[in-house]
Design a binder for this molecule. Structure first.
Ligand SMILES: Nc1nc2c(ncn2[C@@H]2O[C@H](COP(=O)(O)OP(=O)(O)OP(=O)(O)O)[C@@H](O)[C@H]2O)c(=O)[nH]1
Ligand SMILES: [Mg+2]
Length: 178
């Protein structure tokens, strides 16, 4: 049997859960590049990714998937296109509890759709206290000319992250056969 190796990129806002998502599903110890967060205006978290996170998961049929996490901070956007080279697609994670998640979603989508049109969206931190309603995503989706699969997830939960991964792979297979 031929061992296939896919590459999938996790992108999205600072603190959305990219590192947590890779941690939740990786079969190997995640190679992470966390450093002290000096951009506390953007997010109050103590650590932030400053390079590339790397994990791996083997799905059925020995399908090996490389999991690449991008740094969320805008100042690292020059790395994004490098990480996306040869990727099957991108999972964009957006923190629902930020001030304007729709604006962030639009910004990240705008950047990442230039690298791949296979994109799945995961809205995280749904459990956090916020004035944002989940209906904003339904209204947003209704205004889009392209439909992207969108799920409400907790990036720390393995099954939730697997759902995004499977949607992305299924989407890629549809695009290949059409
Ligand atoms: N309550 C809650 N916490 C979450 C959720 N998803 C992730 N987290 C937590 O949020 C924090 C930030 O997650 P990270 O994985 O570091 O975020 P990141 O996207 O890698 O952030 P950067 O590397 O700074 O861009 C961690 O403590 C996670 O465990 C969620 O859905 N709900
Ligand atoms: Mg990170």
């Amino acid at each position: 049997m031929i061992l296939q190796h896919y590459k999938i990129v996790f992108a999205g806002t600072m603190g959305a859960g990219k590192s947590a998502a890779i941690q939740a599903i990786s079969d190997i110890n995640v190679l992470s590049t966390e450093a002290l967060n000096t951009d506390t205006k953007a997010h109050h978290k103590a650590l932030t990714t400053v390079g590339i996170d790397y994990g791996e998961i083997t799905l059925e049929d020995d399908l090996k998937v490389g999991l690449y996490g991008t740094p969320g901070q805008e100042r690292f956007n020059f790395i994004w296109s490098v990480i996306c080279k040869g990727a099957l697609g991108t999972i964009i994670l957006i923190d629902h509890s930020v001030h304007n998640p729709i604006q962030q979603l639009n910004e990240y989508l705008e950047s990442f759709k230039q690298m791949s049109n296979n994109i799945v969206i995961g809205i995280t931190h749904i459990d956090a206290k916020t004035e944002n309603t989940t209906a904003i995503y339904r209204n947003w989706a209704a205004q889009q000319s392209t439909t992207y699969p969108l799920f409400f997830i907790d990036a720390r939960v393995k099954d939730d992250v697997l759902l995004l991964l499977e949607a992305l792979i299924a989407n890629a297979e549809i695009q290949i056969t059409h």
